[in-house]
Structures are given as C-alpha cells and as structure tokens.
Design a protein around this ligand. Structure first.
Ligand code: GLC
Ligand code: CA
Length: 550
C-alpha cells in the first residue's frame, strides 16, 4: 500500500515547524524570562538546525495566569517579552533568513484583565457587554450553585461567581481553563468581528500564519447540558458516542471558513493550524477540509504507544484520514503541554499520558527514554507531511522530573489540589552553553523555572559538531529530509510486523526495530542512524535507520 501526504501543495504541506516557547528560549536582559530580542539573537541556530518555520507561543500583554494563554490585548506585546517593534524586528529578521513565522491566536477565552471582561463586570447582568462572554445565573435557592456541573481542564469547577457592581454576589461566568481565562461567546457578532480584525492586524505585520489555541472549544452546546464525566481537553470519543457539550461542536467550522477566506485574500500562503484535541482522526480531519484550516496537530500520533503495531496503526490511520479531505498529515512528539518525549518514552510502554512528573512519582529511565526518543524522531522525520518540533528536543532534553513542587507555576498544580503536577517540567529554560550562567539561557543566573544540573551535558555547545549527538542527528535528518523531499514523498510499507516497521520514501529505506533482538539493516548506504549498529552491522532494539538505495 502506498500513502502520500495528500494532493495539497504549498510550503506548509511538507514544512518542519519549530515551536518556540518565548519564556524559555533565550533571555536577552537577564531577568530570567525569555523574550523576543533573545529569540531574534538566536535565529541563526534555527537556520543551522534546518527548520522551515517557527511558531511562537503567546507573547501578548497578559497577567500570565496561564503563561500568556490568558491574553489581555491581542494587538500588543507584553513588556516582559519586549515591544511591538521587537516583534516586527523578529518577523523581519526571521523572514530574511528564509524562516516563516507563525503566531499563536487564543480565541476561546480572553484574560479576565481584557478590557471587554472588565466592561462586562461593570455593566451588569443582561448587558451587551456580558453577552460577549458566557454569564449565567446560578442554580440553587440563592443562585449560589454553578449553572452546570462542568469542570475546568486545570481542575475545579468551570464557573466562577462574580460580585455585581452593587456589591452583591451575582452571576457566574464560564472558564474551561483558569478563572483568569473567561470563555468568549462565539454566537456574539462582536466576538467574530474582533477576531477577524486581530487576524488582519498580524497578517498586515507579515506573519505567515496562526496556531489556533483550543480550536475545538469555541462553540458550546446551546443548552450547556450537564456532563457527568471527568474533564479532559481531549474529546476522546468514538465517532458514534456522544461528544462532550464543550468540545468539537459542529458550529466551530463556520468560524474557520470565515478565517480561511480572509487568509486567502492575502498573498503568500498564510496558514491556520488547529490545536484541536479531537479524536478519532476522522473528526479531526473535518478541521482541515479545503476551505477551513490548513493543518491540525496530530495528537493521536503523539499519544501512540511505542510498539510496532501501535505506530503502524496511527501512521496509516493518520494518512488515510487526512487523505479523505486532501490535507497533509502532521506529526508531533512534544510541545509545551505534554511531558517531553525523551522522558515519556522512558516510562514503561503503555503508561497512560502523564500530567507532569514530579518528586515521588515513578521516574522515567532517562537513557532508554532518549534512545527511544531519537528513534521516534528519526521515524517521524521520514514520514510524508509536515512535522512539528518543540524547542530543546533537538538537544534530546528530558522533562525536569524532579522539580521542587514549590517552584511550579502551572495553575494545574494548585487547581487540581496537588494531584496533577502540570506542565512546568517541559517548560524549563533551555541550555545553550554548559559553563555559562543559566546555561547560556541569559546573561545572569536567573531562570523563571529551575534548571536541573544535567542541563550541562545537554547544552548546545556540548553537542554542536559532535558526531552522534542528538543535535547532529536532527541536523542530518532535516538535511536529508529536504534533499529527498520526504515531506512530499510517498510511503510504501515493506515490513509491518510486531517487532519491525520498515517503509520506503523517495530513495530512502527506513527501518525501526521495536523488538528485543537486533535485526539486519536494509541493503544500501547507511545515511542516518539513531544509535550505533552492533559490531555485526545489525540494527539493535529501539533504533531507527535510514538507508539510501538505488
Ligand atoms: C492550549 C495551550 C495550553 C493552554 C490552553 C488554554 O491547550 O496549548 O498551554 O493552557 O490552551 O489556553
Ligand atoms: Ca528577559
């Protein structure tokens, strides 16, 4: 069976897109928080690595209740990160190096510090200002119970009661995430008009696209019906099961069709990428129909177990599902919301997705995790479609799994009553130089999350030019991927057994050994391997090889 990434064309169909988490990439002024000038100063790293584009997590003015995913002003830059002029400079400098720039758009909710929310509180019940959000009267005798039983993704109820302008306890507002992130009402025309205008604002500044936060959450089932199940951002449903009333409602698609029409009116192939935790793949494919978004993150791939049958199943299903709508598939292993794959894969195979790892939790096997992570990445980068990398994975960075709980900043830790560690472990500022203060993250020792001592051995300057390092493995893979056009190639399976997966794409044969015994390498010239072969030239357990053959 042959599978390609689909008939769509354009830079994005085969792009490798690198996620920058601005707080943790590079700090220019030594306050311990990464910033836009820091990113601009490090752009050459991304050119050397060989990626096509960057996606920047939010840098907008924000009280930082959820690390910037609580936006108070969609048209400016938080002083923590710099100025609008710094953003313009970053965009220009990136584009002059041939790197495209995608920014994050957070349309499901604003910050509670947004001027609209302040106005809604002041204007009182029934006002047009309140109608831009989801305000409801409470239930119970005094309205002191929330309007429904929904839980927030970070734990605790999804509703918070406000104090009315006259000082009395009043209505409740919906927040699927933190109380500092009130959900917008997407049935309100002001909301629709505002976001079209925000898109124009950044398109006019030259960005190449938008990563759309919680794209499956904007529309809620009209009756806000109770949902007696635990809250997960993942809809996690089979096609024929009822969907949660807050996720993946059909009404979201009309919004994206409007946005697509706007983007298409601009020159230069601007794109929309959905962050939609939607299963199964057929439901997710609806977000990337020809007149909607260009791409959607493939979280089913990220969540798949490290076994040959599970990987085979998710790869073929992903290609088939996007094929039905003519969109390219995407691949992703890590981001700022999940345990880094170098640690996730060091947990026993089949462990459910951890919500962070901390002191006292089962610790991953670091060496095994890195070995599998390198094999997984080499497998991923050979697949047709577009791939997303998360800053630091090119260094093989593990999760910080022993971070002191007092240092944690993700609201998940507090809101879950200290049951879910949250996402801080994958957000630690990254190491550039082994022997510099803050490992070269900034000019001082300051770092908004503590960096573990093992950062020294992972620092870029310890890996650059070192054969066999994770950094050089990524560079080699990205160069060959480009040379062979793997992203627009066609995948033809050669072996799909319980222990070995192998396929051809362009002139390369790719093989991953998941089994316990070493296996023969495909015939031809070995051009990349995620770990050394055995003395007899066999491919050991948890290793991927790329072989060039005629
Ligand atoms: C998305 C972001 C995550 C954020 C949430 C609420 O899932 O990736 O970091 O907490 O949306 O905005
Ligand atoms: Ca800074």
């Amino acid at each position: 069976m042959e599978q390609s990434a689909g008939p769509a064309t354009g830079w994005w169909t085969e792009a490798v897109i690198y996620q920058i988490y601005p707080r943790s990439f590079a700090d220019s002024n030594g306050d311990g928080i990464g910033d836009l000038p820091g990113i601009t100063a490090r752009l050459d790293h991304l050119v050397e690595l060989g990626v096509d584009a960057v996606w920047l997590s939010p840098f907008y003015p924000s009280p930082q209740a959820d690390a910037g995913y609580d936006v108070a002003d969609y048209r400016d830059v938080d002083p923590l990160f710099g100025t609008l002029a710094d953003a313009d400079k970053l965009i220009t400098e990136a584009r002059s190096r041939g790197l495209r720039v995608i920014v994050d758009l957070v349309p499901n909710h604003t910050s509670s510090a947004h001027r609209w929310f302040t106005a809604a509180l002041a204007a009182g019940p029934g006002s047009p200002e309140r109608d831009r959000y989801v305000f409801r009267d409470g239930t119970g005798a005094d309205g002191d119970q929330p309007p429904n039983d929904w839980q927030s993704v970070f734990g605790g109820p999804a509703w918070t009661r406000v104090t009315e302008p006259d000082g009395r306890p009043g209505q409740w507002y919906l927040h699927l995430f933190d109380p500092g992130q009130p959900d917008l009402n997407w049935d309100n025309p002001d909301v629709r008009a505002e976001f079209l205008d925000v898109l124009r604002f950044w398109l006019d500044r030259g960005v190449d696209g938008f990563r759309v936060d919680v794209a499956h959450g904007l529309i809620k089932q009209a009756d806000l019906a109770d949902w007696q199940e635990p809250q997960e951002i993942l809809s996690g449903r089979e096609v024929d099961k009822p969907r949660p009333p807050m996720w993946d409602q059909d009404g979201v698609h009309e919004i994206y069709r409007d946005w697509r029409a706007l983007l298409d009116s601009y020159p230069g192939e601007r794109i929309l990428v959905a962050e939609a935790w939607v299963e199964p793949a057929e439901r997710l494919a609806r977000y990337v129909r020809p007149d909607e978004m260009h791409q959607a993150f493939n979280f089913e791939y990220l969540l798949a177990s490290w076994t040959a049958p599970a990987q085979y199943a998710v790869i073929t299903r992903s290609l088939e599902a996007t094929d039905t709508v003519g969109a390219p598939t995407t691949w992703v292993l890590s981001n700022h919301d999940v345990v880094r794959h170098a640690s996730r894969l060091g947990l026993p195979v089949g462990t459910p997705r951890p919500h962070g790892i901390g002191i006292g939790d089962e610790q991953p096997d670091t060496a095994l995790g890195l070995r599998r992570a390198r094999a997984a990445t080499l497998l991923m980068l050979a697949l047709p479609g577009s791939a997303y990398l998360y800053q630091g994975e090119e260094l093989g960075l593990p999760e910080h799994t022993t971070m002191p709980d007092e240092a944690r900043q993700d609201p998940t830790w507090e809101r879950s009553g200290h049951t879910l560690r949250g996402r801080d472990g994958c957000r630690v500022p990254i190491p550039w130089e082994a022997d510099a203060p803050s490992y070269g993250f900034g000019p001082t020792d300051a770092s908004w999350l503590p960096q573990p001592p093992l950062w020294a051995e992972f620092a870029l300057d310890r890996q650059r030019g070192v054969p066999g390092s994770t950094y050089e493995l990524y560079r080699t893979a990205l160069r060959l991927r480009r040379e062979h056009g793997l992203g627009r190639g066609t995948l033809a399976w050669l072996a799909t057994g319980d222990e070995v997966l192998s396929f051809r794409n362009d002139g390369l044969t790719v093989l991953t050994n998941f089994g316990p015994a070493a296996v023969p390498a495909p015939a031809g010239e070995l051009v990349a391997t995620s770990a050394p072969l055995t003395d007899d030239g066999l491919v050991p357990t948890d290793v991927t090889v790329w072989v060039r053959s005629a």
